[in-house]
Design a protein around this ligand. Structure first.
Ligand SMILES: Nc1ncnc2c1ncn2[C@@H]1O[C@H](COP(=O)(O)OP(=O)(O)O)[C@@H](O)[C@H]1O
Ligand SMILES: CC(=O)N[C@@H](CCC(=O)OP(=O)(O)O)C(=O)O
Length: 291
């Protein structure tokens, strides 16, 4: 009976989200092991079976760093973005599009779902301009520096994703964009997910990472901030509560909300089925960034 209770609890949410689009950003740090990956992807398959439209945008920062190391290239980051020269871009594309994307697609299909892998270059899905890096000088001022083939999404052409959804597949998108002259650009996966969520008019954007959500004190899980408004975020950044890799996540939540996405969430991808818990139960998990 207790187990059936979960299904009864889920029913109104299944009804509420029927036909709705949910963009799930699956970060590299949350891809801990095969079991966890399966749990996350099973959630997406289940969502599809109950009539929702999950779209996965994946990262893979740690795997790119690992592969670069194997070929003797040291990674460096500026403002959370990888400094990307031509050789780094080649490896990043190989890892993101050739390996991680296909691994996820294979896993979804193996679980019993139907997935199609895309990069931002397919169907000109993500069109990018060159993005400059930002460094803070000791006096507190900021300097813009060239960080190579890093892109900022200028335009999203979601047609190919819409087609894939309409045909019954789960789209799985790698954050490699097309730039001027057909060049590949390395795009932060959070930004790619946010831009795609806006273009698809998604109801939810869920960012899966390797922490419980936004913590007021990084050493205390109990300090989880379960809801923060768009206006409340800059204060948390100024106070230094939010820094590093969490900055592009909250920025992407804010721009997604501005662009019309219903709600945005930062969840712990290391907790099995955190996406299902967020969508189908009353127990909101992680941090919700709202209007
Ligand atoms: N206030 C905060 N609460 C939780 N994590 C934070 C906070 N500020 C910064 N972080 C950092 O952000 C990291 C998540 O970003 P990142 O490592 O880029 O993840 P991903 O690979 O999932 O994109 C956390 O592991 C943590 O170190
Ligand atoms: C420009 C830039 O930094 N791109 C990222 C793309 C992958 C990514 O964002 O992966 P995570 O979500 O796992 O961090 C990178 O090269 O690491």
């Amino acid at each position: 009976m207790e187990k059936a209770g979960i299904l009864v609890e889920a029913l109104p949410y299944i009804k509420k989200f029927y036909g709705k689009t949910v963009v799930i950003k699956y970060g590299g740090h949350a891809m801990v092991n095969c079991e966890l990956k399966k749990a996350v992807l099973t959630d997406a398959v289940l969502m599809k079976y109950v009539g929702m439209h999950p779209v996965i945008v994946h990262g893979g920062g740690p795997e790119i760093t690992g592969m670069l190391k194997r070929v003797g290239i040291e990674s460096s980051f500026m403002g959370g973005l990888r400094v990307t020269d031509a050789a780094t871009m080649e490896i990043a594309q190989m890892v993101l599009v050739g390996k991680i994307n296909k691994d996820i697609v294979g896993m979804i299909n193996d679980i019993g779902g139907h997935a199609v892998g895309l990069s931002g270059k397919d169907g000109n899905l993500l069109v990018a301009d060159k993005k400059m890096g930002r460094v803070r000088r000791p006096d507190g001022s900021e300097e813009m520096v060239d960080i190579g083939l890093v892109g900022e999404v200028r335009q999203v052409n979601p047609g190919i994703v819409a087609t894939v959804i309409r045909e019954g597949y789960i789209p799985v998108v790698a954050p490699v964009a097309v730039g001027e002259g057909g060049d590949s650009y390395n795009v932060n996966a959070d930004s790619a997910a946010g831009a795609l969520a806006v273009a698809l008019n998604a109801d939810k954007l869920i960012i899966l990472t390797d922490v419980e959500g936004i913590l007021a004190d990084r050493n205390d899980k109990a300090s989880l901030i379960s809801t923060v408004t768009r206006e409340g975020v800059p204060q948390l950044v100024e106070k230094g509560i939010i820094d590093g890799g969490m900055i592009p996540k909250v920025e992407c939540c804010i721009s997604a909300l501005r662009g019309g996405v219903g709600t945005t969430h930062i969840l712990d991808g290391r907790v099995p089925h955190s996406v299902l818990l967020e969508i189908f139960t009353d127990r909101g998990v992680g941090t919700m960034v709202t209007n």
